[in-house]
Design a protein around this ligand. Structure first.
Ligand code: HEC
Ligand code: HEC
Ligand code: HEC
Length: 132
């Protein structure tokens, strides 16, 4: 009887130690993919920021892209004003991909990791026609 407290405490400690690596790994797996923002365009920026804050971009860039497309295709509007008042040309190729010109090390890397396959690149990216 006297020992059962110790045994339970021992079991608890053992359980925590045994699951620790697993728990730490879980956190890492879901939180981090190393993406590179080392591109000429981004390196030349006075402030290294995206069109919206990083956390927003990380979770909402798909919605933002949909909104951008609708702005152009439905409203003919090609200027985006970001939440901090900066203005950007609404263009997948000439804005997003101009800064993120390292598609393989950026978009693709994260998408492959997350097993997402955007279907945009059949039409976009390889600009057959470069109007502006
Ligand atoms: C003016 C250059 C520029 C433009 C235009 C731009 N980005 Fe970014 N983007 C950046 C920079 C710089 C960062 C890193 C921001 C940081 O670390 O705070 C970034 C971060 C991101 C991230 C988060 C990456 C991560 O690892 O968390 C995503 C996703 C992203 N951009 C997608 C886009 C998309 C989609 C577009 C077009 C709608 C776009 N960006 C337009 C410069 C740009
Ligand atoms: C930090 C990780 C990360 C980076 C960097 C990133 N994406 Fe994504 N992207 C995702 C995830 C995760 C999804 C799936 C989201 C979902 O299904 O809700 C996604 C989905 C998308 C979609 C929608 C695809 C679909 O089938 O619904 C588009 C379009 C897209 N990303 C474009 C881009 C572009 C363009 C870039 C580079 C400029 C980029 N992403 C960079 C993580 C990323
Ligand atoms: C079947 C071909 C096709 C596919 C696939 C496609 N688009 Fe487009 N997209 C177009 C055309 C055409 C326009 C209109 C171009 C214009 O008016 O300048 C356009 C315009 C846009 C625009 C605004 C203008 C610009 O130059 O960027 C955005 C943003 C955009 N698409 C994002 C996407 C995203 C994100 C995907 C993938 C989820 C995608 N598109 C898939 C054909 C396509």
């Amino acid at each position: 009887m006297y020992n059962s407290g110790k045994i339970i405490a021992g079991l608890v400690v053992f359980f925590i130690l045994a699951t620790m690596p697993f728990l730490l790994n879980l956190g890492k797996a879901s939180a981090k993919v190393e993406t590179s923002i080392d591109t000429p365009e981004i390196n030349a920026l006075p402030v290294k920021q995206c069109v919206e804050p990083k956390e927003f971009m990380r979770s909402e860039h798909m919605q933002l892209l949909n909104e951008w497309r609708d702005q152009v295709v439905r409203n003919g509007n090609r200027i985006y004003e970001s939440s901090n008042g900066n203005q950007y040309t609404i263009s997948l190729q000439n804005s997003c991909m101009k800064c993120h010109s390292n598609k393989k090390e950026f978009c693709d890397k994260c998408h492959n990791y997350m097993a997402v396959k955007p279907y945009c690149w059949t039409c976009h990216i390889e600009p057959k026609e470069n109007k502006s």
